[in-house]
Design a protein around this ligand. Structure first.
Ligand SMILES: *Cc1c(COP(=O)(O)O)cnc(C)c1O
Length: 322
């Protein structure tokens, strides 16, 4: 049986992150409050270092390395925000980092990861297994593999965003969180249960990739094929043992939204709040809007975690224009 991280681990993570992670703003929108008849509190992790909450979990995990681990460094496989998070954290903590990325990943992403000082090792998505490639390099170089979500230190780090939110707002009636592999949702749930035990906690997935919802209903982790959705940060195929363990205990429900709802939320953030939010970062708010529209949040105080803002501008413009 895996020992699940606790709220105390979130508190310890917050101490490690102090002075390194931004304490991101909690923004309000009177337009949103009026239009949807609830009080919204937006925790804006699109303003976090490297543009997403993932810095929190990666930095917390790398901070806990012992001297030998630090000398050999960290390795991760990712083409998204986790790659940048591990690269930046390693640079700050003065250790080497290797990121295994698909050879055909967007050039901007490869460049950004290298700019943070990581060594990028490309692999062929069609002929090679990225996990096998990563494990081989990790073994050869003695590097520590940091997975994007299913790791106690990653979960504890991600939980610090919701902790900061509740510190600022006090207890809330509901909390909506963007859900991929569940690191952010499970960490947020730890903070919610400690600081706002009455709050309903919802993880929100893309409709096309509702493996988390299926898992919660089935009572075990359900695997799916890589879903087709504009929410590229939530194209995970399954939850992890740690994240599912916390989610099944502490999360009230997992909701889904369509890509069209994500674009509506993205447009609202741009027009009304002057914020660039990536499609995955819109999951939580899109579900909150839907619940409010069906009358489920009347007069309630609602927390929304806006998880990130890293989106290629041409793609962003095309989505908003479409
Ligand atoms: C990774 C990511 C998610 C999903 O987080 P999990 O911890 O995998 O559930 C959501 N939004 C953004 C912007 C991300 O980068």
């Amino acid at each position: 049986m895996t020992l699940l991280p606790t709220y105390q681990d979130v508190v310890d993570a917050a101490a490690r992150l102090e002075g390194h992670a931004h304490r991101t703003p909690v923004l309000r929108s009177s337009t949103a409050d009026t239009r949807w008849g609830a009080e919204f509190f937006f925790k804006c992790e699109n303003f976090q270092r490297m543009g997403a909450f993932k810095f929190r979990g990666a930095f917390n995990a790398l901070s806990k390395f012992d001297a030998a681990q630090k000398k050999a460094g960290a390795i991760a496989f990712s083409s998204g925000n986790h790659a940048q998070a591990v690269a930046l954290s390693a640079r700050i903590l003065g250790m080497p980092a290797v990121i295994v990325m698909p050879r055909d990943a967007p050039a901007a992403k490869l460049a950004a990861t290298r700019e943070y000082g990581a060594e990028v090792i490309p692999y062929d998505r069609f002929t090679e297994d990225r996990e096998a490639v990563t494990k081989k390099i990790a073994a050869e170089r003695g590097m520590t593999l940091i997975p994007p979500y299913d790791h106690p230190d990653v979960i504890a780090g991600q939980g610090t965003a919701a902790r900061e939110l509740f510190e600022e707002t006090g207890p809330l009636d509901a909390l909506f969180v963007c859900l991929g592999g569940g690191g952010l949702t499970s960490g947020s749930a730890l903070s919610a249960r400690a600081l706002s035990p009455q709050a309903k906690v919802y993880g929100v997935e893309p409709e096309a990739g509702n493996d988390g919802q299926q898992s919660l209903r089935a009572g075990h982790i359900v695997h799916i094929d890589t879903p087709k959705t504009i929410a590229d940060g939530a194209q995970t195929q399954h939850l992890g043992d740690y994240t599912f363990g916390i989610i099944r205990r502490d999360v009230d429900d997992i909701l889904t939204v369509s890509d069209a709802q994500l674009v509506d939320a993205m447009r609202f953030f741009a027009e009304r709040m002057k914020m660039v939010v990536e499609p995955t970062g819109c999951l939580a708010f899109a579900a909150a809007c839907a619940m409010a529209e069906s009358g489920g949040l009347k007069g309630q105080r609602v927390g929304v975690i806006v998880s990130g803002g890293n989106v290629d501008l041409a793609r962003y413009a095309a989505l908003l224009a479409g």
